[in-house]
Design a protein around this ligand. Sequence first.
Ligand SMILES: Cc1ncc(COP(=O)(O)O)c(C=O)c1O
Length: 393
Amino acid sequence: MNPPPEPIGGARLLFSLDPAVAYLNHGSFGAVPVPVQRAQQRLRDEMESNPQRFYTTGLWERIGHARTHLSEFLGADPAGTAFVANATAAISIVLRSLALAAGDEIITTNHGYGSVDLAVDHMCARTGATHTIVPLPLSASDDDIVAAVSNAMTIGRTRLVIVDHVASETARVMPVARLAATARVRGVPILVDAAHAPGAHAMRIDAINADFWVGNLHKWLFAPRSTAILSVAERWRDRIEPPIVSWADLDGYPANLEMGGTLDYTPWLAAPTGLYVLRTLGVDRVRSHNAVLAAYGQRVIGAALGLLSTSELPMPGGVTPSMRVLPLPSHVARTHADAVALRTRIAEELRVVVPIPSWHGQGLLRLSAQVYNHADEYDRLAAGLTRVLAALR
Ligand SMILES: Cc1ncc(COP(=O)(O)O)c(C=O)c1O
């Protein structure tokens, strides 16, 4: 078995995480480094010291600087990029901007995020459009994925394809640039749900060249929560419908989307500090640490589950995946309620926090690896998991 990576010295101390708990779920909500928490608190102190000055003197220039800085790191055109609260908000904004009508179709895949499917269903119910879900097995290759999604598109009828950059439940890294290219050839708009991508992998939004791209910065880019980016191709910018009509209504995209009245904008202003922390640790070093540790965790827990050959371990694709999944025995976590019960037992009995997706009836265990994790945390889960599973019989 390949060894785990060399720990990144002192990295754990950058986080407020409970030292008694093995926190193997960076993917769901992130964990904000202490320097970023401090930066945000200092901005809040500044805001409270003189709210009028904070909101009326240079706030939008400061937000513009933060947006430009982060866009450059992500390879996006700053003029096409808007801060939004999160991926959920961004996807609803795009769906409402499409002016769907009866007979139109939206395509997603069975790796897609649950609330995104709900948002699509909601828009379809209101407009008479239909929702097609393309089934992709856990073991699908990049070629299989591109072929299945391309074959599902109907020119003139498919009004949007939504694909995940990194799927939440299965951790599959999708071939999004190839999918965007094939959608472009067919004239079908595509939205890349990259909730997990910023910071996690080397990628450029302009190289993916999708119509819409949305990514959370609060996961792998260490930003405070409520910080995400929506990047929109030039041809769509005038058609983006802000959900809130604000003072910036006549200013066009992205200002009309970002401004929502008197909100707390400190997460966006503190977000560059998250990038600073990542760069200080070393972007490539962090990515390779996390990828090697996630692979180690998958192997060691796979061995405890009796999954000994690498062919039994789902491969996430992509170059530096920081999340990996393991299939659980077929009687385990077949429903969402059973999955939550198992997750709770693992947290209480093993002091390990790990999500258990019930992916279309297949129980999965999703491991994240971040700079604060150590190999012994995955060893602890491996040592206790079979006992917890045996108690479920
Ligand atoms: C693929 C995907 N899309 C959308 C979301 C929703 O993100 P948020 O809750 O930050 O809006 C998530 C959350 O993890 C996700 O994994």
